[in-house]
Design a protein around this ligand. Structure first.
Ligand code: PNS
Length: 172
């Protein structure tokens, strides 16, 4: 290991701790699909909820963490955590070598590319890995889910049942 916590150039150790960061306001079946794929690929998958003081979320960080824990408890290698500040600093702190992100459609690509390249500039030892959720979730986002809930539309198949219940009581 080099001093910064990442494997040094001539060290061949492969780190298989990945961080899946996001707002998760709330977790959707699309996120869950990616977590399921990710936990098969990495020894440890840390789902990290950003504590963003600028955004006005529907759910508090504690509520989002609660829901994530509930819907991921079947996977031993998945951990739910909270982070604030730079993602690369958090990755360094957690000794993670990979950032996992989902790309649903080409429209996600520009933002994801910018973020991945900026993170690479900030920390060249950190790799971003993109995975594709099932195509049936390609239209799904937390924003759309919040809107449907607020307008009283059906949420079946979009979010886990426990999240649906929480959404219903939040907007009622
Ligand atoms: O699910 P989201 O809201 O698209 O996730 C965005 C997230 C949390 C991955 C991104 O905003 C982030 O990493 N924020 C932390 C601050 C940071 O490191 N910014 C520089 C990266 S370009």
């Amino acid at each position: 290991m080099s001093g910064n916590g990442f494997p040094s150039k001539n060290h061949t150790m492969k780190t298989s701790v990945a961080i899946y960061p996001g707002s998760f306001d709330p977790v959707t079946n699309g996120h869950l699909d990616l977590i399921e794929r990710g936990q098969k690929m990495f020894d440890r998958l840390i789902v990290a909820v950003l504590k963003n003081l600028e955004k006005e979320p529907l759910f508090t960080v504690a509520e989002r963490v609660d829901m994530l824990r509930e819907v991921t408890h079947r996977w031993d290698s998945v951990e739910i955590d909270v982070f604030e500040g730079l993602l690369v600093d958090y990755a360094r702190k957690r000794n993670a070598g990979v950032i996992l992100r989902g790309i649903r459609a080409i429209s996600d690509y520009e933002y994801e590319l910018q973020m991945a390249l900026m993170n690479r500039k900030l920390e060249p030892g950190l790799e971003t890995v993109f995975m594709l959720p099932a195509e049936s979730y390609s239209y799904l986002s937390s924003k759309v889910v919040r809107e449907i809930a607020q307008l009283g539309g059906p949420l079946t198949g979009l979010v886990p049942p426990v999240v649906e219940q929480r959404l219903r009581s939040k907007v009622s």
